[in-house]
Design a protein around this ligand. Structure first.
Ligand SMILES: *Cc1c(COP(=O)(O)O)cnc(C)c1O
Length: 230
């Protein structure tokens, strides 16, 4: 199956209001260009250096999403061009993104990554940490001297446990959806330049249909488009 064929059958399979991020990590520019020529404009990468190299070589109407774990000292390399950072899981990282975005005269949209899986190894915030960060951003935005003018938290992201157990995956997605709705309700009723929760990024090749049925608005799909990664 060609990349264009895979892409088109996935697009047919997801509702129009759900955004498709084509995860091109480890794949060569020629593969990514195939998806580009088939109409795809949003690509996800998990390594800053690889994303930056592809950004430099590829058409400039592409939106590049950083979906992996981000090291603070590397934010500066993507700050000039990144469209959305999915994996923000600390205040320290948010501060660095804000600083580098300011240097580039930009506002960088970010998603807060939630820990919903059972595995210890997956990154992410718990509910208390999420509320602490959102409250701090809200206080800052409403103060006389706002300190997060160059970031905007636009939603949440999460990854389910790597398991065959559909019930468990579903429970984890439902949990993330509840966190999203609760935060949206709580922080959506006040006007705040740095918080505007409207994206729920959940679902990958193996579980995106389940994620969409649980309320996902953005799916990150790699191997079902580009084939397996070695
Ligand atoms: C690699 C990756 C994906 C895509 O995974 P596939 O199973 O290939 O679709 C999605 N999200 C994140 C965070 C990833 O690192």
């Amino acid at each position: 199956m060609s990349i264009a064929t895979n892409l088109n059958s996935i697009k047919k399979n997801i509702p129009q209001q759900v955004t498709l991020v084509a995860v091109s990590k480890t794949k060569p520019v020629s593969d990514v260009m195939e998806a580009y020529h088939a109409g795809q404009r949003i690509f996800g990468e998990n390594k800053i250096q690889e994303m930056t190299e592809k950004y430099e070589q590829m058409p400039k109407d592409i939106e590049w999403h950083m979906i992996g774990h981000v090291q603070t000292n590397k934010v500066k390399y993507m700050a000039p061009f990144v469209s959305l950072i999915h994996g923000v899981d600390s205040l320290k990282l948010l501060q660095e993104i804000n600083k580098q975005a300011a240097k580039n005269n930009r506002v960088i949209p970010c998603l807060l990554q939630m820990h919903i899986a059972e595995e210890e190894t997956k990154f992410g915030l718990d509910e208390t940490e999420l509320n602490d960060i959102l409250n701090l951003l809200l206080d800052s935005a409403q103060s006389d001297n706002p300190s997060f003018k160059n970031i905007k938290v636009v939603g949440l992201m999460g990854m389910a446990t790597f398991t065959e157990n559909q019930n468990q995956i579903q429970k984890e997605f439902q949990h993330l959806k509840v966190l999203f709705d609760t935060s949206k309700k709580h922080f959506g009723s006040v006007t705040c330049d740095t918080i505007d929760l409207n994206i729920l990024s959940m679902g990958m090749s193996g579980d995106y249909e389940l994620a969409i049925s649980c309320g996902s608005t953005m799916v990150r799909i790699g191997s079902s488009i580009f084939g397996h990664r070695s």
